[in-house]
Design a protein around this ligand. Structure first.
Ligand code: TYD
Length: 208
């Protein structure tokens, strides 16, 4: 089941999606703004384990299962109650991150990772997913320039990994053309913001 009020933001590191989602949230003060992995206490604790730079021994399946576990808890505690109360939910990353990062870039398989995520989320999918597309080199350059941004375990992956992440998102765009909309994130922040807002106004409240 697609929920039209549930909008997710996706993209590689440095695409600017976190900045944009905050700007969008200012336009919809009644919306619930949240993020993955995290968003609630238990999921934030799981996030610390996943992203800890010390955990270099983490197996790819373990990583995928932890993301799915954090997703389940966040969905039950925060996303579902908000949607049931009639609110709009803006979520920084959701299941497509697992499909692109763990499914494609880590090589676990998009269908395999989707199957463990179906166990986690049931049939609740976003009605609209905004994918912020940028060349990995440009994205990583932006991150390196951001003062105070914490570098996590996935940021430290080789450039090749980030190319695969982008390739994974491009595969998802082909699999879910109705749900996922691609936005060129190499443009100026203002242009990206205007385009995002326009798409949400056109599509976000439509019944799906
Ligand atoms: P975060 O600091 O939130 O990154 P960003 O600001 O780019 O969203 O860290 C989240 C990291 O976790 C990011 O590298 C993407 C990765 N990730 C996955 O690999 N799979 C997932 O399912 C999710 C939700 C995130």
């Amino acid at each position: 089941m697609l929920n039209g009020r549930f909008i997710t933001f996706e993209g590689p590191e440095g695409a600017g999606k976190t900045t944009i989602i905050n700007m969008i949230a200012d336009c919809f003060p009644e919306a619930v703004l949240t993020r993955e992995p995290g968003g609630i206490e238990i999921a934030e604790q799981i996030r610390e384990v996943i992203l800890d730079k010390k955990n270099t021994a983490m197996d790819a399946h373990t990583e995928a299962l932890l993301y799915a576990a954090a997703r389940r808890q966040h969905l039950i505690e925060k996303v579902k109650p908000a949607l049931e109360a009639g609110k709009m939910v803006l979520c920084d990353r959701f299941v497509d991150s697992s499909l692109a990062y763990q499914g494609h870039a880590r090589g676990l398989g998009i269908e395999e990772v989707f199957s463990i995520n179906r166990f986690a989320i049931g049939d609740l999918m976003p009605g609209l997913t905004l994918y912020f597309d940028i060349e990995p080199e440009a994205g990583l350059n932006r991150i390196n320039k951001q003062e105070g941004r914490e570098i996590n375990r996935l940021d430290l992956e080789a450039l090749d990994f980030h190319h695969k992440v982008r390739e994974g998102y491009h595969m998802l765009l082909r699999c879910f053309p109705e749900r996922i909309v691609k936005i060129d994130a190499s443009k100026s922040l203002e242009e990206v913001f205007e385009e995002t807002l326009k798409i949400i106004k056109e599509r976000g409240n439509k019944k799906v």
